[in-house]
Design a protein around this ligand. Structure first.
Ligand code: SF4
Length: 342
């Protein structure tokens, strides 16, 4: 019989587990301690639980960690791990060391249903939501787990299309009974799902990143079909009217496509629509994917675009391209692996 995984359960879920199998209430916190504060990997090692309790737990549950299937290492130190999920699917997790920071980029779904036309994960189609166990396992089973300083939800899938499981992982990462991380070390990136953003802003204190890519309705619809039902205008209204405290940040991701969204009109329109929002724009270079019409502009154009936005008063940075020699575009590596298995 397949046993349920304990790793990835919130404190409330652990309380329900202990109630169900007849353990005292305090056992839930003890189990949370073993899951999220200590580096063990089996119920048997939970040494302050009685043997009887461990047997009761093990009858129905397992600890629940799964190591990565394999890794690819870039010359710049970035690593991409493939994890097996949902039995026979693969997801990607990136480890990005950078001076005194070490960031993990996690996936929240296998494939994606949002269909952004520039995205390799989008081309895979949707294969399933990851559970909180499968999302958090990427973090805990990463060989570099002990070095991690930041976590970004920018891997495969749309995190706010899997809000329930993503919020559980944020609860575990930031709860004092969990990893106790500051929410300012965590950023969740979305293409702009209105209901998901509302729920995320209300139920967590982590940073928000929104993929913008074009300030023009029609162009954005073409790049990102989500614009047809979740308009950027509404997303910006929600953000503008939300009381971000001094700690919480909102940023906008902007993939620059050569000759498409890198013009002076785009700069003017970005400045207009972001007026009054305290934010930052991260310019991302497009990483080429097979059969794509898109190209990345040269460095000079990218720099000029950044400087023009800065001159308009919008703090803008260019995100360094990492892992370009190891299929940097998200979804490429897992597609190759899936095709290889077929
Ligand atoms: S860019 Fe993000 S939301 Fe769009 S298809 Fe790719 S993974 Fe999905």
């Amino acid at each position: 019989m397949e046993r349920e995984k304990l790793y990835g359960k919130t404190l409330n879920e652990l309380i329900a587990v202990t109630k169900r199998i007849g353990l005292p209430g305090f056992a839930a916190r003890q189990i949370a301690d073993w899951l999220y504060k200590k580096e063990i990997d089996s119920i048997d090692q939970m040494s302050n639980l009685s043997k009887k309790t461990r047997e009761l737990l093990s009858a129905e549950y397992e600890y629940g960690l799964t190591p990565p299937d394999h890794a690819t290492v870039s010359t710049d130190g970035t690593k991409k791990y493939l994890y097996r999920v949902l039995r026979d699917k693969f997801i990607e997790t990136a480890y990005i060391p950078d001076d005194d920071r070490a960031t993990i980029c996690v996936s929240s779904q296998a494939g994606c249903k949002m269909g952004c036309i520039f995205c390799m994960t989008g081309k895979q189609g949707f294969q399933g939501h990851l559970s909180s166990n499968e999302i958090l396992n990427q973090f805990r089973s990463l060989p570099e787990f002990a070095n991690l300083t930041n976590i970004v939800y920018m891997g495969m899938g749309e995190p706010l299309d899997n809000t329930t499981e993503v919020l559980k992982t944020l609860d575990i990462l930031t709860g004092e009974w969990g990893y106790g991380w500051s929410p300012t070390r965590i950023t969740v990136s979305t293409i702009g799902l209105i209901n998901g953003i509302r729920e995320f802003l209300e139920k967590s204190r982590c940073h928000l990143a929104v993929s913008l890519h074009s300030p023009f309705d029609e162009e954005r619809r073409r790049l990102m079909p989500v614009q047809k039902t979740n308009s950027l205008e509404t997303v910006l209204d929600i953000i503008r009217n939300f009381d971000f405290n001094s700690q919480r940040r909102v940023s906008f991701e902007y993939i620059l496509f050569k000759g498409l969204n890198d013009t002076p009109q785009h700069i003017r329109e970005l400045a207009r629509i972001l007026n009054g929002i305290k934010c930052r724009i991260n310019i991302i270079r497009f990483h080429k994917i097979p059969d794509s019409e898109f190209e990345s502009p040269d460095e000079e154009t990218t720099k000029r675009f950044k400087e023009a936005l800065n001159a308009k008063g919008i703090l803008t940075t260019i995100r360094a391209s990492r892992g370009v020699d190891i299929q940097a575009a998200c979804g490429l590596l897992s597609t190759l692996e899936q095709n290889r298995k077929i």
